[in-house]
Design a protein. Structure first.
Lengths: 459, 303
């Protein structure tokens, strides 16, 4: 409204309008926060609920909301309308080119030397926390993101129950390792196979579903798996979960303080760091294998068929592509990598329970894929670092308690910050961080395709 | 295989398609001769696209037989035996015969090798022109990549197959004058080029019968003249039979060898373009009848 008027000519009207709008905003905020913030019930000494009021807090809140709205309308909005804050339209294409040329080798080199850097920076004792919480945790999600990327990013099938396959992988490893005493390296491919079998099983009923309906059924599938894990107590031990899962060994050498343990065999002083280092490089190798598969598959006929399926299913069928098989392989491939990640997760934790496989996990993995830019390997990796690394950093911010008081818990603001980040991304980069698609083959010159042309897939 | 030996490549018999109470196609029979262009014309809503969807397996016809043959015409003799048996088709060393009404859409394209284009263009807009043509060669490439296993390992047979596929794509791009745009996203091409690309993509599947649904729609006169020329060259060089739906009479009359006219799902004329053009029933269907004939026509339909 304000932007249509000549700038500066009628500051007065603009001021009045901003004041009116700020007043309205204040009223809405008052209505909202009066019951939420204005009143508080506390239990007094005699254990009776007493209603108290928090007027100062309420009015500060409402006042600041109105002030922010007023300033936004008066200062920021005209500037936004003039396009002063808009991003240059072609920036993404060149950015992707730069990323490809120097970022990837740098990133791979960095993750390989990361444990050494950590040990140098914080010493032997503190390194475990940094490698485990940041390195391993992030790499698990990078791997899950890349796995889901096949289903959502390439084939365009919205899967909200991806965590189910992660759970299948984890429980496969835990149960088979405890029951039959098989080693991690035998069970890793087995867990992947079992998970991809479940992927096909999910694939069959949802073949005819598209878009929202597909999303709902996959969501339900994720819940079914979780409920089975909770209720099939004789096998899964229900809520109590499965503990003391065998840890992976290095060619049979366990990472324990025992005489045949890793430290003793190599004549080193025992430290839990060795196991963490070993796990770090295992998950790094697994993630790189996932990446290699993803990159390779995209250039093979099956990968092109997945992308074609996302673009136009009817055209695919008119070209003789069996869309049933193509969808099922996408589900199976995606599930397989989740199975690998799941069995690694079980081996790393040593304890698993249905709590680890809630819908929130599916949502996290999916948001990593969406934030990263569907179909983009680098984008997904960056999004995983930001999302999971962000969570972990929140846990490390204990010093903030000295500023905000002892009751301040930074982790409780995690979801709030994620929500804000997601709203911001959806506002400015609706198709994710990396908003270009690199063609899988070219005759003369590889030119990135703007995602405005790429379909998101309707299942 | 000679381009035109007078043999039939597609035989449509008593094709009927009902959607609930609506009879979209009613007892339609016609034949497509090898190496010729057959045009399917008729006013809007006559059931032309429905016929296409039945032939290409997107619809399963309510009644009728759709037989497609390739290679040695002698396999036609096995038609009755094939119909009585439950099989979808017979493949002999010399030739093959398929009953299209028994096959799902992707098998019609994959085995019977019927390729099609769509009235509202269906390209893979976010993929490059070249990628579009490679997706069309999915089945041979899939076989060469050992159903992905050999391809993942990067073994040489797949590399050779991919090179061959790229060569074929380049050939058709040159043919359709799209080589300069090979690395551009298909969605960025101008409309006329998108039409050409869709035909090029269909040609990459090595079809026996090419079904074109309004290939000249939205083209300017120069583009549509170029398209005519191109379709004639394809017909003569590649020994391909074509079935096309078209509203642009300049295309229909200039390039088709045979015209079938539909009106309200019923065939009202079938013959050479010249004969069809002068057929009073066809003129009536398109333009209505002359004033002096109204009384007679009304009497005929019982008004």
């Amino acid at each position: 409204m304000g932007g249509m008027q000549p700038a500066g000519a009628n500051i007065g009207t603009r001021l009045a309008e901003a004041l009116r709008d700020a007043g309205r905003t204040a009223l809405i905020a008052l209505g909202l926060f009066l019951p939420l913030v204005g009143f508080e019930t506390i239990t007094d000494i005699s254990n009776v609920l007493v209603l108290t009021t928090r007027w100062p807090l309420l009015f500060t809140l409402v006042g600041s909301i109105a002030a922010v709205r007023f300033i936004y309308l008066l200062v920021l909005a005209p500037r936004l309308e003039r396009g002063a804050l808009r991003l240059p339209p072609r920036a993404s294409a060149t950015a992707a080119g730069i990323l490809r040329n120097w970022f990837i080798p740098f990133a791979v080199a960095f993750v390989i030397v990361y444990p050494a850097l950590v040990v140098l920076a914080v010493g032997f004792g503190g390194a475990v926390r940094w490698i485990d919480n940041f390195g391993i945790q992030i790499l698990i999600y990078v791997m899950l993101g890349w796995g889901l990327n096949i289903v959502v990013g390439l084939a365009g099938l919205l899967d909200l129950g991806y965590v189910a396959f992660y759970a299948v992988g984890a429980y496969s490893y835990a149960l088979l390792a405890k029951t039959f005493g098989l080693s991690f390296w035998i069970l890793l491919p087995l867990a992947g196979t079992l998970a991809s079998f479940w992927g096909i099983l999910l694939g069959f009923p949802v073949l005819r579903l598209r878009g929202d309906y597909l999303a709902i059924v996959t969501l339900a599938f994720g819940e079914i798996i979780r409920l089975i894990l909770i209720n099939w107590v004789p096998v899964t031990n229900g809520y109590a979960g499965i503990g003391s899962i065998p840890r992976p060994t290095l060619f049979g050498i366990p990472f324990t303080a025992a005489d045949n343990g890793f430290a003793a065999v190599f004549g080193l002083e025992f430290s839990p760091l060795y196991r963490v280092l070993f796990l770090y490089y295992v998950i790094l190798a697994l993630a790189l294998v996932t990446c290699f598969f993803n990159v390779r598959l995209r250039r093979l006929p099956i990968g092109r068929a997945w992308e074609a399926l996302r673009e136009d299913e009817i055209a695919c069928r008119s070209l003789g592509i069996n869309t049933t098989n193509t969808k099922l392989t996408a589900f199976a491939m995606g599930a397989m990598f989740a199975g690998f990640a799941g069995s690694f997760f079980a081996a790393r934790q040593g304890f698993i329970s249905p709590e680890s496989f809630t819908f929130l996990e599916s949502a996290t993995i999916l948001s990593i894929v969406v934030l990263g830019g569907m179909g983009s390997q680098i984008g997904v990796a960056i999004a995983a670092v930001v999302m999971i690394g962000g969570t972990e950093i929140m846990r490390q911010l204990g010093f903030l308690k000295q500023i905000f008081g002892p009751t301040f818990d930074p982790t409780q603001y995690r979801m709030l910050l994620f929500g804000l980040a997601m709203v911001a991304i959806m506002r400015w980069r609706p198709r994710g961080l990396i908003a270009t698609r690199a063609p899988s083959v070219f005759l003369k010159q590889r030119r990135d395709i703007s995602v405005d042309l790429v379909a998101e897939g309707r299942g | 295989m000679t381009a035109r030996d007078g043999s039939t490549v597609l035989r449509v018999e008593h094709l009927t398609m009902r959607f609930g109470g609506l009879v979209a196609v009613d007892d339609l029979s016609f034949e497509v001769q090898r190496g010729t262009i057959t045009a399917l014309i008729g006013p809007n809503g006559a059931g032309k696209t429905t016929v296409f969807n039945c032939i290409t397996g997107f619809y399963r016809p309510t009644e009728g037989r759709l037989a497609l043959q390739r290679g040695d015409p002698a396999v036609w003799q096995g038609l009755e035996a094939l119909t009585d048996g439950g099989a979808r088709g017979v493949v002999r060393p010399g030739g093959a015969l398929f009953l299209l009404e028994r096959m799902p859409d992707y098998l019609v394209a994959q085995q019977a090798r019927v390729a099609r284009t769509f009235q509202n263009i269906r390209l893979f807009a976010g993929m490059t022109v070249l990628e579009n043509l490679l997706v069309a060669q999915h089945n041979p490439l899939m076989l060469a990549s050992g159903y992905t296993v050999l391809g993942l390992l990067g073994l040489p047979p797949y590399a050779a197959a991919e090179r061959a596929a790229l060569d074929k794509a380049r050939h058709w791009l040159e043919r359709f004058n799209l080589l300069d745009r090979a690395d551009d996203p298909a969605g960025e091409l101008p409309y006329g080029a998108q039409r050409r690309l869709e035909i090029a993509r269909a040609m990459c599947t090595d079809p026996v019968l090419l079904c074109l649904d309004e290939p000249a729609a939205g083209l300017n006169p120069r583009e549509s003249a170029e398209l005519n020329e191109l379709l004639l060259i394809i017909r003569d060089e590649c020994a391909i039979s074509m079935l096309l739906i078209e509203h642009d009479m300049s295309v229909v009359m200039n390039i088709s060898d045979h015209v079938v006219v539909l009106d309200y799902g019923v065939k009202i004329a079938d013959g050479a373009p010249e004969a069809v053009r002068n057929d009073p029933k066809v003129i009536g269907a398109y333009l209505g009848v002359a004033d002096e004939e109204v009384a007679r026509v009304e009497a005929e339909v019982g008004l």
